[in-house]
Design a binder for this molecule. Structure first.
Ligand code: AMP
Ligand code: FE
Ligand code: FE
Ligand code: ZN
Length: 289
């Protein structure tokens, strides 16, 4: 069974509509796909309504969270939530806050660029986002359209870099709070790419142990941002701490150079995720039966 538990559609910063994404997943030979758009469950209904025969859908989201840095400031950490109640009041309130936060912050980044003579507009970026929570990849597409870079990935190395002149941070949810919030909504929390892109500096083995004790269910070990030694170490830690190990592509359509099913989750891990959920929200499709 081929299981990919982390993908993004046009409901956040991917480029395929949920239905297109699921059709491509079926063509790629996947049996189970999780829809995990950033800070929203807006794609759940279309995913359910366009689920190809024989496939199983896991409804989820990728929560934007933050963790204090020992030297001061914060580090962004992504937390996958699966099978949580989408109308849980705490989650709805926090997602609404983040959607507004993302919009204001996206506009501020574009304003910084425009003040420096970069010829893109807020209107075009919001049009590209198409009502989805605004993310840097949407600004990246505007930069590609303006001929300033040849790809979104190239934009991230310069214009959109977190260390660049135009960057504006957003205020994310405290990580401990997000773990508790997902658990209280009957869901299952899995740290996304914990040692990719710098987060490893705050997500130390001791911190992972504390998070596991506080209700974190799993960690995404097999992710394109993790090399083999990183995966081996994380797999060992997960074993020691009783955490569920997952693997996924983090597919974003044309916004990233990743293929659906590039990394996969074992069926035993999926079974543990379903078992750990309150079952108020269940998988849809053959695996649920
Ligand atoms: P934001 O959430 O607005 O801070 O933007 C971060 C998002 O940009 C991540 O969720 C990824 O989807 C995407 N991203 C980060 N780094 C890269 C990169 N190097 N190339 C393409 N997309 C990236
Ligand atoms: Fe993304
Ligand atoms: Fe992520
Ligand atoms: Zn992601």
């Amino acid at each position: 069974m081929r299981i990919d538990l982390h993908t993004h559609s046009t409901c956040s910063d991917g480029t395929d509509r949920p239905g297109e994404l699921l059709a491509k997943a079926q063509a790629a030979g996947l049996d189970v796909v999780a829809m995990t758009d950033h800070d929203t469950t807006a794609g759940w209904l279309e995913s359910e309504n366009s689920l190809p025969d024989g496939m199983t859908l896991i409804r989820g989201a990728e929560f934007s969270t933050q963790e204090a840095r020992p030297g001061g400031g914060t580090m962004s950490v992504h937390l996958l939530g699966y099978l949580f109640d989408p109308v849980d009041p705490a989650i709805m309130t926090e997602q609404a806050r983040l959607v507004a936060e993302r919009r204001g912050r996206g506009i501020a980044i574009v304003d910084n660029m425009r003040a420096d003579g970069v010829p893109i507009t807020v209107e075009r970026v919001l049009e590209i986002a198409g009502g989805a929570p605004v993310g840097r990849p949407h600004i990246g597409r505007a930069l590609v359209e303006a001929g300033l870079v040849s790809s979104v990935t190239e934009a991230f190395a310069g214009y959109l870099s977190g260390r660049g002149a135009y960057y504006v941070p957003k205020i994310d949810t405290d990580l401990d709070h997000a773990v508790a919030m997902i658990g209280a909504a009957g869901g299952v929390s899995v740290l996304a790419h914990p040692w990719g892109r710098g987060a490893g500096s705050v997500l130390t083995p001791d911190r992972l142990a504390a998070l596991a004790a506080a209700g974190l269910h799993g960690i995404e070990v097999d992710h394109p941002d993790h090399d083999e030694p990183t995966r081996r170490t994380l797999r060992g830690l997960a074993g020691d701490l009783g955490l569920i190990v997952t693997g996924s592509s983090d597919y974003h359509g044309h916004n990233k150079t990743l293929e659906l099913g590039q990394d996969l989750t074992a069926p035993e891990s999926l079974a543990r995720i379903v078992d750990a959920s309150s079952k108020v929200v269940a998988p849809i499709g053959p695996v649920a039966a």
